[in-house]
Ligand binder design. Structure first.
Ligand code: PRP
Length: 187
């Protein structure tokens, strides 16, 4: 349930309190700024946007509609990344890639880059499949948590310290992805 306190929205979810951190207006500004950069960089190209489910679907919908003069194609994947028994990272495709990426300029769309493991492995995978270039657009980025330098996003909506956030695609045990703002957990 959403409450209003001094015009700031708050949420109670599973016993935790959250305060509104990025309003829909602030999010829209971030999305516009990212869209402007991508539109400039891909003006004469035909990039393939690879949207990482589930969290990125909200950001991707807004971002792709805000692009100008970019002839783009979009596809979706869902992955789970981990380090297995071997020394190489494992990338499990829950929803596999259905597009040929050979000779394509790829832009991965994420809701958040945390440790960077997912992006690190996904980038290596897409390059292995022959992508010409692989860049990353993420609504949120936690620079303090980054463990893989090559996973630093090329386009970032907003940087965040190591706090738990929900809304605008980000979930709490599968719920609240549909919130129109991003909420931060209250200490
Ligand atoms: C989240 C997020 C990224 C990943 C980031 O996905 O959407 O894909 O974690 O973490 P990392 O940088 O440490 O790899 P999650 O597995 O929670 O799935 P979801 O998108 O379905 O919520």
């Amino acid at each position: 349930m959403i409450f209003f306190f001094n015009s700031m929205r708050t949420i109670d979810e599973q016993g935790y309190h959250f305060d509104e951190w990025l309003t829909p207006k602030e999010i829209a500004k971030d999305v516009q700024q990212v869209a402007k950069q991508i539109s400039a960089d891909y003006a004469d190209k035909e990039p393939l946007f690879v949207v990482v489910l589930n969290g990125a679907f909200v950001f991707a919908a807004d971002l792709l509609r805000a692009l100008e003069n970019v002839r783009c194609e979009v596809t979706f994947i869902r992955v789970s990344s981990y380090w297995g028994m071997s020394s190489t990272g494992q990338l499990e495709f829950i929803v596999p890639l259905q597009q040929v990426v050979d000779n394509r300029d790829v832009v991965i769309v994420e809701d958040i880059v945390d440790t960077g493991l997912t992006i690190h492995q996904l980038k290596a995978h897409l390059r292995g499949l022959g992508a010409t270039s692989v860049r990353v657009a993420s609504m949120l980025f936690k620079p303090n948590k980054l463990e893989y330098e090559d996973a630093k996003p090329d386009y970032v909506g907003h940087e965040i310290t190591d706090e738990f956030v929900i809304g605008y695609g980000l979930d709490f045990d599968g719920f609240v992805r549909n919130l129109d703002a991003i909420y931060k957990v209250k200490e």
